[in-house]
Design a protein around this ligand. Structure first.
Ligand SMILES: Cc1ncc(COP(=O)(O)O)c(C=O)c1O
Length: 336
């Protein structure tokens, strides 16, 4: 089956589902699906940034996202027949087919697709891969964040490893984000089991103190963020800042010169208040502002030095794309 043969509404987005590009409305799973009941999947959040002059969506650090996704599949015994290269090709193809001319969010998901409940043995369950792309703007809804310290603690590695983007683990983030926003804050800062600062509900955290950049180490149950890695590289090579990856006490955040969050959805966003206390003068600090400006230029594809981090996808005009554009492994029967 190809998109051309499906009953697709004009203007409807496509999804990659069960090895094929199909209208989004036809990408449906059964209520028996294992991942729906137990959160047995791993996912990624990738941004594509529209560059008007270049006429392309620049997908940021696509390979690194799929490296992380495939690492996650090992723990959950999620078998899919795609390499990082295959997944990158499928993604560019879908973005081009969907014809986006705006910033987008790209959501790959590898999940236990077995229609089988009351079975907790990963080795018994077949897996599948699906991919959607949607228009996406400012995720946090503000440019300067007012945060609170969450009453929820981050899950610890021997419970569910936070270093992977496991679907079920996001209930932890969702409880924290819900609590924070219902209390009128923009985002939650989550502490780990021993009370050290971990991260936001969907972002890594940095602070600037006496000219040094400090971020929580991965062993504190932190997701190895791709934006985190990007910011570390830029801070060190472009701004010559020293970096400390070390546990952060809660009280240090209140006393920091600057605090900011990083994430694919959140970009780099300064935190100006924590638990109703201003951080420094309650404004975006100079390091955050410099890094943010550099980051925005890079992700949109305007910085030649870092263009290797951008994968361009040119929106197609004129309807459904051709069958021969399907990647070699993308046959309809895979994963079943
Ligand atoms: C819990 C958590 N921490 C950090 C991040 C930031 O990671 P990245 O920069 O790879 O998007 C995310 C987003 O994926 C996240 O969900």
């Amino acid at each position: 089956m190809s998109t051309g043969e499906s009953s697709q509404q004009a203007g409807e987005l496509s999804a990659f589902f069960k090895g094929d590009y199909v209208p989004l409305s036809q990408a449906r799973v059964s209520v028996m699906t294992h991942a729906l009941h137990y959160g047995t999947g791993v996912f990624e959040g990738i941004r594509g940034n529209w560059n008007e002059e270049q006429g392309v969506v620049n997908i940021f650090r696509l390979r690194e996202h799929y490296d992380r996704l495939l690492r996650g599949t090992r723990l959950l015994m999620l078998d899919i027949p795609y390499s990082v290269e295959d997944l990158c090709r499928i993604t560019v193809e879908l973005v081009e087919r969907n014809g986006h001319r705006q910033d987008i969010y790209i959501r790959p998901l590898v999940y236990k697709s077995a229609e089988l409940v009351a079975n907790l043995k990963l080795q018994d369950l077949e897996s599948d891969f699906t991919l959607i792309t949607v228009p996406f703007g400012n995720y946090l809804g503000t440019d300067l964040l007012r945060c609170c310290t969450s009453s929820w603690r981050r899950v610890d590695d021997p419970m569910i490893p936070a270093r992977l983007k496991i679907c079920g683990i996001y209930v932890n983030s969702i409880l924290a984000k819900t609590e924070a926003t219902l209390a009128g804050f923009d985002e939650a800062i989550i502490l780990n089991h021993d009370g050290h600062v971990c991260e936001g509900s969907g972002e890594n955290i940095f602070m600037v103190m006496d000219g040094r950049l400090i971020t929580s180490p991965l062993e504190d149950n932190v997701l190895p963020g791709i934006t985190r890695d990007t910011v570390i590289q830029l801070a060190q090579s472009e701004l010559g800042l020293d970096l400390d990856e070390r546990s952060i006490d809660r009280s240090e955040l209140y006393l920091a010169d600057e605090v900011f969050l990083t994430g694919t959805a959140a970009h780099l966003t300064p935190v100006v208040q924590l638990d109703n206390r201003d951080i420094a003068d309650g404004k975006a600090g100079p390091v955050s502002s410099k890094l943010q400006k550099m980051y925005f230029d890079i992700v949109v594809g305007n910085n030649a030095k870092y263009r290797h981090w951008c994968t361009p996808a040119a929106p197609r005009t004129g309807g459904a794309a051709l069958e021969e554009n399907l990647p070699q492994h993308a046959t309809p029967d895979i994963g079943a």
